[in-house]
Design a protein around this ligand. Structure first.
Ligand code: NAD
Length: 535
């Protein structure tokens, strides 16, 4: 199923759709339709038996107009340049929608990690860095884990990069182990973030989280924490699924009264493969892979690979399904998107739904830059200026994601509404695209004043065409301190006495609706002060 779908064609089709809706200038569209830079390279690896095996590695930098490219490294046997291109493009929209000062990139190697010994994995990871280290870095492109890669691998990669450039550089990569430059909360971030967006969607749809039922595809990093948090929210998860390496096919692992993700974690390996015998011994039913999508549930959470909900499989989805929350990147094809629209299924698109991971990756990079690591409580501080202070009832990881994601965009949740927002954010940041201002609601005019009038109503009209209201006015402000703060880099600076926290993005783009408590002027003063202090 996955092999038949070209993810990049799919990503471009989504983009073309939005570009048309936005009446995007064709010249601007041409720049965003393809990645800025692409690398494909050989990685010769000495295997344990002494032989040399050549792997193919990729890195694609789709866009760096809003900041260094950002995106994971995937180790998967069916990795292709087109998959990496698609994932890189989606990262551009994701960082823009989450409004963190990063661009979009992605990388990978066509390999099944599980087929390598630990030593071979290490040599492959170090080899990947050796081939690309001149083109990545904290100010160029910052990779992270994805399918088939993990914190230990990120640690090896960071170490190799540091050796090659001659200085300790933890900020070259995120998703590192805690204690090795990693951030508290990164492991849970994506899955928890998925559930926060579901929670917000439920509020909008008036669906009670208590006893809501979900089916999840996958049981890797994203799926595990999505399952845990969904149950914590009061819901029930009736199944997860996984790829069985022995049988070379996926299975659905079900239990009518609900799965226990903590137990399943204890019988799952680092690649997200569940021990099916142990599962069966504990009362779980092992079913065929396609069963997960047919379950009679309120919420579907695809959290494995792209193209899983397509023209064919979408027909098997139960009438009861109200929400599809895309934990995975690109799980829904444009044909399935159409069916969701017709059936009024509320689709939370990947670049919003799973943005919790990159949000905390960004915080990891900020800590690396500061060479100062936040204690757990510190995450409860206001990291995005003006957000309501919230120390979450349960744990601090929740607080990070509340702040990083919140419910800010979820009500605008159709893929195209979100993609429009992401696109506009990319455009707003790109000096070389500023002349194409007709698509922006508000653009900087270079002297720090705020635009008041939108130049075109096309955007809103088109977004509303999907029956989605825009509850938050998205406006872009460029303050005088913009350049200063850009110079200060991505420092999230806490000013304890004032009880305020600066916008880590340097006030570059401010979402008015969220800046209840802290004025832009005040923020700018703190910004300048913090900049001087840190010099
Ligand atoms: P992972 O490698 O930890 O887990 C992948 C899971 O999917 C495993 O349980 C695997 O067995 C299962 N799987 C693979 N093929 C399958 C198939 N055909 N049917 C059913 N299950 C299958 O990966 P992950 O990090 O959890 O990433 C999952 C998805 O989420 C990917 O699309 C990734 O790009 C996306 N994502 C991940 C993060 C992150 O922080 N890890 C962030 C954003 C998006």
């Amino acid at each position: 199923m996955t092999e038949q779908i070209n993810a990049f064609k799919m990503a471009q089709a989504q983009f073309d759709n939005v570009a048309t809706m936005l009446n995007l200038d064709p010249q601007a569209a041409a720049m965003l339709r393809w990645p800025t830079r692409e690398f494909r390279f050989q990685i010769p690896v000495k295997m344990d038996d002494g032989s040399i095996k050549v792997f193919f590695g990729y890195r694609v930098q789709h866009s760096d107009v809003r900041g260094p490219s950002k995106g994971g490294i995937r180790f998967h046997p069916s990795e292709t340049l087109d998959t990496v291109r698609a994932l890189a493009m989606w990262m551009t929209w994701k960082t823009a929608v989450a409004d963190i000062p990063l661009g979009g990139g992605k990388g990978g190697v066509a390999v099944d990690s599980a087929s390598l010994s630990i030593n071979e994995q290490e040599r492959l990871c170090r080899g990947w860095i050796q081939q690309i280290y001149l083109n990545i870095g904290p100010r160029q492109d910052v990779p992270a884990p994805d399918v088939g890669t993990n914190p230990r691998m990120m640690g090896w990669m960071m170490d190799e990069y540091s050796k090659l450039v001659g200085q300790y550089t933890p900020g070259v990569i995120t998703g590192k182990p805690v204690g090795g430059g990693g951030s508290l909360g990164r492991t849970e971030a994506t899955g928890f973030g998925v559930v926060y967006t579901i929670r917000e969607a439920m509020k909008y749809l008036d669906v009670a989280p208590k006893n809501a039922v979900a089916a999840i595809q996958g049981f890797g990093n994203v799926a595990q924490y999505a399952a845990i948090e969904f149950i914590d929210m009061g819901g029930v998860v009736v199944c997860v699924s996984y790829w069985d390496r022995d049988d070379q096919k996926p299975y659905t692992v079900s239990r009518d009264e609900g799965v226990d993700p903590r137990f399943l974690q204890s019988i799952t390996d680092v690649y997200g493969t569940i021990d099916k015998e142990k599962a069966q011994d504990s009362g779980y039913v092992i079913e065929d892979d396609e069963v997960w999508i047919t379950k009679d549930v309120d919420v579907l959470i695809p959290s494995a690979l792209e193209g899983q909900i397509n023209a064919e499989t979408v027909q098997t989805i139960s009438e009861r399904v109200r929400i599809v929350a895309e934990g995975a990147n690109g799980p829904t094809t444009p044909e399935a998107d159409e069916v969701f629209k017709q059936r009024s299924v509320f689709n939370i698109p990947d670049f919003l739904c799973n943005a919790g991971g990159v949000t905390v990756s960004y915080f990891e990079g900020v800590q690396n830059d500061m060479n100062f690591y936040w204690a757990a409580e510190r995450f409860a501080m206001q990291l995005i200026a003006g957000a309501e202070f919230r120390l979450d009832k349960k744990n601090d990881v929740n607080s990070i994601l509340h702040l990083g994601l919140g419910g800010r965009y979820v009500l605008m949740s159709t893929r195209y509404a979100n993609l429009s927002i992401g696109l506009r954010a990319v455009m707003a940041y790109a000096p070389n695209l500023w002349s194409y201002s007709s698509v922006l609601r508000c653009i900087p005019d270079g002297d720090g004043s705020v635009c008041e009038e939108e130049t075109s109503t096309t955007t809103e009209t088109n977004v509303l065409q999907f029956g989605v209201e825009l509850p938050i006015e998205v406006e872009y402000f460029f303050s005088d301190s913009f350049s200063i703060m850009l110079g200060a880099g991505a420092m999230a600076v806490f000013v304890p006495k004032a009880g305020a926290v600066l916008d880590p993005r340097g006030l570059g783009a401010v979402h008015k609706a969220e800046h209840k408590g802290i004025g832009i002027g005040t923020g700018a003063v703190f910004g300048a002060a913090a900049f001087n202090f840190y010099l």
